[in-house]
Design a protein around this ligand. Structure first.
Ligand SMILES: [Zn+2]
Length: 74
């Protein structure tokens, strides 16, 4: 019997292009501020259950903001 626990697999956000990093950092939604595109501090990227997320802190209130990576641009 195996207990399958989904673990966060940290990825290298800085390996992305400057343009991609900027997109992630600028296109955000803060639940706490109820505003979009406030920007992120200290972004980091990880994979969980096959989905890639970028997590950082809201530049305005420092709430944790998590953005799901989607392939919408393709
Ligand atoms: Zn905020």
């Amino acid at each position: 019997m195996t207990d399958k626990v989904d673990e966060k697999k940290v990825r290298d956000f800085s390996a992305r292009s400057q343009a991609e990093q900027r997109d992630f950092i600028e296109n955000t939604w803060c639940d706490s501020c109820q505003k979009e595109n406030l920007g992120l501090n200290s972004p980091c990227e990880y994979e969980l259950s096959g989905i890639i997320y970028v997590e950082g802190k809201c530049k305005v209130c420092s709430n944790i903001v998590v953005t799901e990576f989607t392939d919408d641009e393709f």
